[in-house]
Ligand binder design. Structure first.
Ligand code: TXE
Length: 486
């Protein structure tokens, strides 16, 4: 990015009923620049009272005869396209906000905005194609099914892909005709507020989308507990996902979808081109500084190419340019905050102590900003902490294996099941692996092949429900059966 000057941050208040408002308490919280550890701006801090206001607005917008509920489905589609166009118009500003509070390279943030636009456009096309079926039921009945919006949706999102995750939640919710209260992560609320302003500009009726920045246990907790919220969609840690299930069980049994952590295996057989495999494995693990729920953080390499692979993996990691997100050549910015920096460094230390071989990196980089050296461990064993815990940082763990049967067993030996990859030129090996691995997405001879059309979500403790694709739409629909006596 040539121009490094900071554009004005226009939106720092809660967005409720198409207005930017202060929190009832007038409280604010600081948003920190992870590259400098300095405050960017103060943002209004939502608490229970504010969540109540936002949910009331979303509920009113969902009333039977509201403008939103009576709008033609095709008009809803046009509104979503308009929002996508406005996001595209403001892509540089949005990418700037994303790089500023998250710390990801600006060029990567621009790609995130592109994905965001595509997700909105993809779901816009669905609005007038959501339909039920006719059912040949026993008896003298004409029976049909209708698919209806689930209602008021509470959405809680993390800081690693603020805009992309917002799109994965808003686009299907709006396409189906739901109304939304979104709580962005406290670390990265800026882009969601800017998109809320664009939703107003696009012409969404008031109350259809609301954004309440604030902390997890307070604003997030209030949303999860709220009796007028019909569904909660959450992306974040498995720990909080568990808490959400408990609270929902004790409140109104709202629908729940969860997209949680992972410890995804990428398995590399010795029939592949090693240089290419090293490159794919590097991107699988280090994309977004490793702050990626589907990061290929366990790299299994077959013994025939193991030594060569390890050497080259360390070399490519060493070449990573770590630094200012707004410098064109930067590959990796800072981790998002002090807490994540501490977590990543703690796990790196555990790797060293438990006997993994440090090939490169292993320390904090510099002393201002939450930067971590890209780190590669080889000789990792399946029971080490770095083999089991989600690190969520730029740390690659390389394991050696011999046979397909062995590696399938080891790949599946995890409580997670979000994604998995395999690199091989043998189609039978690839298919055997794809069929046996317990994960929601399997990538063959590639990694991170995510698209608006591809359902994404976890097996096991990586979550429940799916986002993206047609499956993602179903998460926001209730099915109604209507039987008519003939
Ligand atoms: O997540 P949290 P954190 C994993 C990753 C990371 C770890 C912790 O391993 O190191 O989780 O990150 C809101 N009720 N992932 O602490 O706490 C919170 O305000 C309701 C994987 O950032 O789960 C934020 O908006 N909401 C992941 C969101 O939940 C609550 C992405 C995520 O925060 C809440 C992020 C509560 N009690 C972290 N507590 C992925 N799947 O991509 C917190 N929140």
């Amino acid at each position: 990015m040539a121009d490094k000057s900071i554009p004005t941050i226009k939106y720092t208040k809660l967005f409720i009923n198409n207005e930017f408002v202060d929190a009832v308490s007038k409280k604010t919280f600081p948003v920190i620049n992870p590259s400098t550890e300095k405050k960017i701006v103060d943002v209004a801090e939502a608490d229970k009272e504010d969540v109540d206001k936002a949910v009331a607005a979303a509920k009113a917008a969902f009333e039977q005869n509201s403008e939103w509920r009576t709008m033609f489905a095709s008009s809803r589609g046009k509104l979503i396209v308009k929002l996508a166009d406005l996001i595209e118009r403001d892509q540089e500003y949005l990418a700037f906000l994303e790089a500023l509070d998250n710390g990801k390279p600006y060029k990567d943030a621009l790609m995130d905005v592109g994905f965001t636009v595509n997700v909105f456009k993809y779901y816009a096309g669905y609005c007038d194609k959501i339909h039920g079926s006719t059912v040949p039921s026993d008896g003298n009945f004409m029976t049909m099914t209708l698919r209806e919006p689930v209602g008021v949706v509470g959405q809680i999102i993390p800081w690693n892909y603020p805009l992309m995750v917002l799109a994965c939640k808003w686009a299907p919710a709006l396409a189906t005709g739901c109304t939304v209260v979104l709580k962005p992560a406290e670390q990265t609320p800026l882009s969601a507020l800017a998109v809320a302003a664009l939703a107003k500009e696009a012409g969404f009726p008031k109350g259809v989308v609301n954004v309440v920045p604030g902390y997890g246990p307070t604003a997030g907790g209030a949303l999860v507990k709220h009796p007028d919220v019909n569904k909660v969609s959450f992306t974040g840690s498995t720990e909080v996902g568990n808490k959400i299930m408990e609270v929902v069980g004790q409140s109104n049994l709202k629908r729940v979808s969860l997209e949680l952590g992972g410890k995804s295996p990428l398995v590399i057989f010795d029939d592949v081109d090693v240089d290419q495999a090293v490159e794919i494995a590097y991107r699988a693990c280090f994309t977004n500084h490793g702050q990626n729920c589907c990061a290929g953080s366990r790299t299994y390499v077959q013994s025939g190419i193991y030594n060569e692979f390890v050497k080259k993996a360390a070399e490519i990691a060493r070449r990573t340019k770590v630094g200012d997100p707004f410098t064109d050549t930067t590959d990796q910015g800072p981790q998002v905050n002090q807490e994540m920096l501490d977590k990543v460094l703690r796990l790196i230390e555990s790797g060293k102590k438990e006997g993994a071989k440090l090939q490169t990196g292993g320390c904090r980089k510099g002393n201002e900003g939450y930067f971590v050296e890209p780190t590669v461990f080889s000789d990792v064993n399946d029971n080490m902490t770095i083999a089991r815990e989600e690190i969520f940082g730029p740390v690659q763990s390389i394991f050696k294996f011999d046979t397909l049967e062995e590696v399938i067993k080891r790949a599946n030996d995890t409580t997670y099941g979000l994604a998995a990859g395999v690199l091989t030129n043998n189609i039978s090996t690839a298919l055997a692996y794809a069929k046996s691995v317990r994960a929601g997405s399997v990538w063959v001879n590639c990694y991170h092949a995510l698209a608006p059309q591809t359902p994404f979500g976890g097996f096991k403790q990586s979550g429940m429900g799916r986002e993206l694709g047609e499956e993602g739409l179903k998460e926001y629909l209730e099915l109604k059966t209507v039987s008519i006596k003939v």
